[in-house]
Design a protein around this ligand. Structure first.
Ligand SMILES: NC(=O)c1ccc[n+]([C@@H]2O[C@H](COP(=O)([O-])OP(=O)(O)OC[C@H]3O[C@@H](n4cnc5c(N)ncnc54)[C@H](O)[C@@H]3O)[C@@H](O)[C@H]2O)c1
Ligand SMILES: [Zn+2]
Length: 450
């Protein structure tokens, strides 16, 4: 494994207060900024041989959350990794009634409810609960600090946190709880959270300007209670957003019939949530199989990022400009792009039908134009989009940041259920940024013309 040799450890005390409030250490934030600025990937081990001993603790703390955890030269982290491994298994349970979601809640637990859910549901919760307004725009370390403060104020420490909400609530509270050593039980209330974000223990936040979910942890929940009744108050935009991730799982699992069933649900107006409910466990089992083989994304788990290379970059780009866009819409664009690349570079056939299906769950050309501009506008945002694409390096690469700078990594397919592997065996394929940009322009022209 490649490594990066850090200097003495003297670093600018950027955001020292925030850093201290979150990690009990004023230097962590500056180290994170330095690591991103150096273009480090998650696969580059941190060599701390030259770091002064008084700063070592700060580097260990930063390395644990940088892209959800790096390895240190000398494998200092091994005992901690084993401990997390042991905690890995948890129960995902589908329940029939709303009350069953809360039947394991104890008096000591803190229940945090997404305000967007509380607006619709009058919940009878045993014990302490509070509502919090979550949003993608504020999925950052400042919000984590607010949640950490709430959890710290709660006694006794190290109790459980029950999170009732969508993916943003789960990622934020899961991270805050992980920092403090609290364990979470998820009660996902969006389709996306049920079939994706509540599973697999990935928690974390966006870190500007480096993009989505760049700081975080792997922290398995203690349990997940899935009650599909929540979907009755979810609007079509959010249902379609979740459907995109479900379609992604169907494609990665090579389950063509499941894809068609999910598309049938997406095509009906309003979205056929009864059909979705009947397919939820099938979708979940595809993701569960992948994460059980590679819980910490050292290899195969990267395939779940199919469509996310371009998708994440566009989501960050649009969110920054105040456009209301869902995660699923951006992933749908990213999946169209990845399917086109799979056809062109990996010989995948039959992508046209899947692309025209996905076109129905991604923004139409008018909306795309409003959010990102026409193909003529693309040159003016080229640097920004490429910067985001390069920061979103997928974890499975065997190449170091140094040798791979300037390459964009994609998860591509040779057929449904069959991932294109690079020559080195990695689960992602690298494209030089010049080619990557030309391909994006082509996809953009395609989207504008359909
Ligand atoms: N951790 C992971 O493995 C993982 C995987 C996929 C996506 N994600 C993250 O998930 C986030 C997207 O999650 P999301 O799609 O759930 O969005 P979200 O959490 O923003 O929820 C969408 C909206 O629906 C509202 N809502 C939630 N439940 C509702 C209900 N039952 N009825 C009515 N309204 C309801 C919310 O208040 C919010 O306004 C992104 O930040 C993405 O990065 C994480
Ligand atoms: Zn996603």
């Amino acid at each position: 494994m490649d490594s990066f040799e850090w200097g003495s450890g003297e670093i600018a005390g950027e955001e020292a207060e925030l850093s201290f409030a979150l990690f009990g250490d004023a230097n962590v934030y500056s180290i994170l900024v330095a690591a991103f600025s150096a273009g480090l990937s998650r696969d580059t081990a941190w060599n701390l041989a030259n770091v002064e001993s008084r700063f070592l603790h700060s580097f260990h703390l930063a390395g644990k959350v940088f892209k959800r955890g790096v390895t240190f030269v000398g494998d200092i982290e091994t005992p901690i990794r084993h401990k997390i491994d042991a905690e890995h298994s948890y129960c995902v349970k589908q329940v029939d009634r709303l009350e069953q979601c809360f039947e394991t809640v104890r008096r000591d637990d803190v229940v945090i409810i997404d305000q967007g859910v509380a607006d619709y549901w009058r919940l009878q919760i045993p014990g302490k609960f509070l509502c919090f307004k979550f949003s993608e725009v504020e999925k950052n370390l400042l919000t984590v600090r607010a949640i950490v403060n709430i959890l710290r104020a709660h006694q006794p420490p190290r109790s459980r946190v029950i999170v009732v909400g969508g993916g943003v609530a789960g990622d934020l509270v899961g991270f805050a709880a992980g920092i403090l050593g609290f364990r979470c039980h998820y009660i996902p209330t969006t389709l996306l959270a049920m079939i994706d974000s509540s599973l697999g223990g990935k928690v974390g936040v966006n870190f500007e300007p480096w993009g989505k979910n760049q700081i975080g942890l792997f922290r398995s929940p203690v349990g997940v209670s899935i009650w599909t009744g929540w979907l009755s108050t979810l609007d079509d935009v959010q249902l379609r957003s979740g459907l995109v991730e479900a379609l992604k799982h169907a494609l990665l699992g090579g389950q063509t019939q499941l894809w068609h069933d999910l598309m049938d649900a997406a095509k009906s107006t309003p979205v056929n949530d009864r059909l979705i409910r009947s397919k939820i466990l099938d979708v979940i089992s595809i993701k569960q199989a992948v994460i059980s083989r590679d819980p910490f994304e050292r290899g195969e788990r990267a395939i779940l990022n199919f469509g996310h290379t371009l998708g994440h970059a566009l989501e960050t780009f649009a969110t920054k400009r105040g456009h209301s866009v869902t995660h699923g819409e951006c992933v749908a664009i990213g999946m169209i792009h990845a399917l086109r690349l799979s056809a062109e570079y990996c010989g995948m056939t039959g992508v046209e039908e899947m692309i025209s299906d996905l076109r129905l769950v991604c923004p139409n050309s008018k909306r795309l134009c409003k959010m990102f501009g026409t193909a003529d506008d693309l040159p003016s945002v080229k640097e920004e989009i490429l910067g985001l694409l390069l920061a979103d390096k997928k974890a499975s690469s065997n190449l170091s940041a140094a040798t791979d700078s300037g390459h964009v990594k994609y998860v591509l397919l040779t057929a449904p259920g069959s991932i294109a592997r690079s020559q080195s065996g990695a689960w992602t394929v690298s494209h030089p940024q010049a080619t990557a940009w030309l391909d994006i322009v082509k996809t953009w022209n395609f989207l504008m013309s359909t």
